[in-house]
Design a protein around this ligand. Structure first.
Ligand code: SAH
Ligand code: SF4
Ligand code: F3S
Length: 423
């Protein structure tokens, strides 16, 4: 039985893929690199926007057409499973808490493994990907119920991974050569287990032998408090990288989204972060065209981009998701208007991103080498704040290299080693 794993969606899915690979490996199922060689395909899907669903549907249909067994797993499996099976696009569908059934299904077992309603997978050790950076979920699910979002329906209630189990997973990753760990969750700041909060976990993970760099994704701005930022600043291994999704800068829209903060609360948190980490790399998510968002609300967001000076922003046009509160709201913004606002926003932020990149030029930095550069020569590296840099030099992944940041090309910051070898 040869299986091909295809992953869509967020970092949670990317990390889940390593757990699914572990389940396949333990069951003696071989994973292949190209779908053409596979007897079966497993899709780890995303439902956050229509586009993500459409792509997965298209791929599943093609695979089915080629006579392969198709398992649609993950968020779309949970939400649209029955529909996909009825439409003949999938043979099986299962949600993010049911991955343990994948090997049973592939091997044609008559009895499927028992699955818990609120799975943590904390006993599973992720497979070795050969990389020096890895991500591992510290909390699963979400119960924030932002009114536009399907994630709480797809991934279920919040549950924190017990620290001991998480530490075992991290130690395993370190043993396979990982030096940088990202702690993942839809809202890591909601972590709560055995009287430990997220900041306690960060401090403990930073203390694990062999963990050189730690980061985290995503934190809900509402749940970031001053003490946490101060304690973060005292962790030498912590990356100076903050992804704080703003979504909108109109308090009226934030209220309708059920985000639980105002734009001035958000600004206060950004100030804490920037004061504690002057070189912070700050990124955000913005969603435009939410039901009832007026032209004026949108302009407020546009102006705020200027004020906040994000280093990068992930920007989306609102996509109606059935079952969510926002889908039932009146005043849906016409799709063409959503697209227009998105294009305006992207244009504005692209210029900000470009100018923000320039500010690194001339600095001398210690770079963490992660992989060969995707195009051409050199290595992909990261600054302490996780900003990626292309280093014009050969080095091994996992090494640290002192370098001078010499320029910007497109999105990339370019660097030369501080000391050139004399040939
Ligand atoms: N848990 C994370 C977000 C996960 S989804 C958080 O709270 O920040 C990633 C991003 O997708 C969200 O931040 C939001 O900007 C976007 N998104 C979510 N639902 C969407 C929808 N219905 N349409 C368009 N974008 C959406
Ligand atoms: Fe969705 Fe909000 Fe949960 Fe993020 S916090 S996953 S946007 S419901
Ligand atoms: Fe998508 Fe599920 Fe992540 S809906 S964004 S894959 S949690």
């Amino acid at each position: 039985m040869d299986c091909y794993l295809k992953v869509y969606g967020c970092q949670m899915n990317a990390a889940d893929a390593h757990l699914v690979s572990r389940l396949l490996q333990d069951a003696g199922i071989r994973e292949v690199e190209v779908s053409a060689e596979a007897d079966a395909v497993v899709l780890l899907t995303c439902s956050v926007r229509q586009h993500a669903e459409d792509r997965a549907r298209g791929f599943a249909r093609t695979m089915r057409g080629e006579g392969k067994k198709v398992i649609v797993a993950g968020c779309m499996g949970q939400l649209r499973g029955e529909e996909l099976i009825k439409e003949g696009i999938a043979d099986f569908a299962l949600g993010p808490d049911e991955y343990r059934r994948i090997p049973d299904i592939l091997l044609g077992s008559r009895e499927l493994s028992e699955v818990e309603g609120l799975e943590t997978y904390s006993d599973l050790l992720p497979v070795d990907t050969g990389g020096v950076s890895a991500s591992q979920a510290i909390i699963r699910g979400c119960e924030n119920y932002c009114t536009y979002c399907v994630v709480p329906y797809a991934r279920g209630r919040e549950r924190s991974i017990p620290y001991q189990a998480f530490e075992r997973q991290v130690r395993h990753l370190v043993d396979t050569g990982v030096k940088e760990i990202f702690l993942l969750g839809q809202n890591v700041l909601a972590y709560k287990h055995d009287n430990l909060r997220f900041i306690d976990i960060l401090e403990r993970v930073a203390g694990i032998d062999g963990v050189e760099r730690i980061g985290f994704l995503t934190s809900h701005p509402r749940d970031l408090d001053y003490e946490t930022v101060q304690r973060m600043a005292a962790i030498p291994e912590l990356l100076h990288f903050f992804h704080l999704p703003l979504q909108s800068a109109s308090d009226r829209v934030l209220g309708m989204m059920n985000r639980g903060y105002t734009v001035s609360d958000y600004a206060e948190r950004v100030n804490w972060v920037r004061r504690a980490f002057p070189d912070a790399y700050l990124t955000t998510d913005i969603l435009v065209g939410f039901p009832g968002e007026t032209r004026e609300d949108f302009e407020i967001t546009l102006d705020a981009m200027e004020r906040f000076q994000f280093d990068f922003a992930y920007m989306f046009a609102y996509s109606e998701r059935s079952g969510t509160e926002a889908a039932r709201m009146e005043n849906q913004v016409p799709v063409s208007e959503r697209q227009k606002r998105l294009a305006t926003l992207i244009e504005k932020q692209s210029e900000i991103t470009r100018l923000r990149s320039q500010r690194w030029v001339g600095r001398s930095e210690e770079l963490f080498v992660t992989a060969p550069a995707p195009r051409g020569e050199g290595m992909l590296t990261e600054m302490k704040n996780h900003r990626s840099v292309i280093l014009n030099h050969t080095a091994r992944p996992g090494e640290r290299v002192r370098a001078k940041l010499v320029g910007v090309s497109g999105w990339s910051v370019l660097a030369e080693p501080a000391v050139k070898e004399v040939v």
